[in-house]
Design a protein around this ligand. Structure first.
Ligand code: AMP
Length: 366
């Protein structure tokens, strides 16, 4: 079976690496000839909206999925008319628009930060009066890794925020800034027959808007909190008739969980599952879209930590010397703010903490 993947980034590459073990083949469509998935599969270089490129990509594929959430919806709709596409196009459409996303969550009874759609600086002022400050102004579309966002703490900062991102096509959203205790994510997977499985809740730490570290299972999680996160994922997935891996990013405030956003795809906060789970998120996404039974989402170790490598590649030998460390590099050339790889450490909680401290020093030093 050939699976076609829209997007040829590291997520596509890791999907293919997991799928090869199951005897599958992969083809990618990406506008860049340097897309890192091209090192491990057949890469069609072309625009998502170029019919000839899409034809070359789709020929011989049995099923299509995507690893990049800003693929144009029209392109995916056209593909969906001729081949099965998972997750469904509607999930992509919702995931691309912060207003649609939060409106869906709220309609399903999930708690979200207070928000308003805004189209002018006067509307930002009016929305800020209702929501209160501090607030976060974000582009509705195409935002990722903290890009297209401005924190507004005072009236004066409102104008500066608007001047910086206000003209973004597609409009903006003003959100209440949540004083969360921590950020969590729940990664779930739903099969074609509607079966769902969940990885343990993950604690995430960001630096400069980019995920820096994830820990699984998130420490100090009550059974009730976990159940609430899983039921949120279940509600969204069932509503969308979802197939594949679905991630919800959450803010924890006491025992409350506010849903920040969804990713209709495998997620950076789940990279630890490759080495730390019985079946990782990439394998489970492939199983789901191929129409196969899901694998176990149980942990393969007591604790797992994942460190993102952003902007530079550390001394490989020093990393590989750390017992239990797994190094994953994506074949990308380093650039400031660019995710070029990650390191996973799995083991006992104490061993993981010690290895993490040692790795942090190595990464900083090199
Ligand atoms: P996002 O692109 O929405 O995932 O935002 C990137 C990061 O900015 C999040 O992981 C949070 O650390 C922070 N952030 C985003 N929205 C809010 C909010 N409404 N309140 C507090 N922090 C936020």
């Amino acid at each position: 079976m050939v699976i076609g993947i829209l997007g040829g980034g590291q997520l596509g590459r890791m999907l293919a690496l997991a799928g090869y073990e199951l005897g599958l083949r992969f083809r990618f469509l990406d506008p860049s000839p340097k897309a890192p998935a091209g090192h491990v599969g057949d890469l069609v270089v072309g625009d998502y909206l170029d019919p000839a490129a899409v034809d070359r990509f789709a020929a011989g594929c049995e099923v299509i999925t995507y690893e990049f959430e800003n693929v144009p919806v029209e392109a995916v709709k056209k593909l969906a008319a001729r081949l099965p596409v998972y997750p469904p196009v509607r999930a992509l459409e919702v995931g691309q628009d912060r207003i649609a996303e939060k409106t869906l969550f709220a309609s399903l009874g999930l708690e979200v930060p207070a928000f308003r759609a805004v189209g002018s600086s006067a509307e930002v002022r009016a929305a800020a009066r209702e929501i209160g400050l501090p607030a976060v102004l974000k582009t509705r579309r195409m935002g990722y890794d903290g890009k297209g966002q401005a924190v507004i703490r005072t009236e004066v900062e409102m104008e500066a925020a608007w001047a910086r991102i206000g003209e973004h096509p597609g409009g903006l959203i003003l959100e209440q800034m949540v004083a969360f205790e921590r950020e969590l994510s729940v990664i779930s997977v739903r099969s074609r027959s509607g079966e769902m499985r969940y990885y343990p809740l993950i604690e995430n730490v960001h630096a400069g808007g980019i995920l820096a570290r994830s820990t699984a299972p998130a420490p100090r999680v009550s059974a009730a909190l976990r159940a609430r996160a899983e039921s949120a994922a279940r509600a969204v997935a069932a509503h969308l008739n979802y197939v594949g891996v679905l991630t919800l990013e959450l803010f924890q405030v006491g025992e409350r969980l506010l849903v920040n956003e969804m990713a209709p795809r495998v997620h950076n906060s789940g990279h630890w599952t490759i080495d730390g789970s019985v079946a990782g998120q990439f394998e489970n996404h492939v199983r789901a879209v191929a129409g196969w039974p899901l694998g176990s989402t149980a942990m393969a170790a007591e604790s797992v930590a994942m460190m993102n490598l952003v902007g530079h590649i550390p001394d490989r030998a020093a990393v590989l010397e750390v017992p239990g460390a797994h190094l994953h590099l994506y074949g990308k050339s380093p650039r400031p703010g660019r995710k070029v790889g990650h390191i996973t450490i799995a083991g006992s909680t104490a061993d993981v903490k010690a290895a993490e401290a040692r790795l942090a020093t190595i990464v900083q030093r090199s």
